[in-house]
Write a protein that binds this ligand. Structure first.
Ligand code: SF4
Ligand code: SF4
Length: 119
């Protein structure tokens, strides 16, 4: 239990940064206002949402649970044996925190190319 505390703290820090960036993006001025302030204008049109598939290579996974703790969107849960299980792939934001922190390189984030790629 003690070892989980730093992980949860880091996860909370990440969430705060993620919220801050989203808020800044929403407040970014558009068009002429942005030019006047010397800032890049906000993107026009409808944002296209990129979707991701977290892929777990179970042969390399030791079920340490780091990816489960680090995921800010709770995409990864546990199966009956305590191994990671991708439960909500549509909520994955592609931050790659799980991929970066997996000690065994057992999880990869793949960008979906089309509807057929959904898990
Ligand atoms: S990329 Fe980010 S949101 Fe997606 S499963 Fe990994 S930690 Fe969770
Ligand atoms: S961090 Fe890596 S080794 Fe640990 S449970 Fe997740 S996929 Fe498995």
């Amino acid at each position: 239990m003690l070892a989980q505390k730093p992980i949860i703290m880091l996860n909370n820090q990440f969430l705060k940064i993620h919220e801050m960036v989203s808020r800044m993006d929403a407040q970014r001025p558009s068009g002429a206002d942005a030019k006047k302030d010397g800032l890049p204008p906000a993107r026009k049109g409808k944002k296209s949402k990129v979707h991701y598939n977290p892929v777990i290579f179970h042969a390399w996974c030791k079920s340490c649970g780091i990816c489960i703790e680090f995921c800010p969107k709770k995409v990864i849960g546990k199966d009956d044996m305590g191994a990671p299980l991708v439960e909500r792939p549509d909520d994955c934001i592609g931050c790659r925190f799980c991929e970066l922190h997996c000690p065994d390189f057992a999880i990869t984030i793949k960008e979906r190319k089309g509807e057929g790629d959904a898990l």
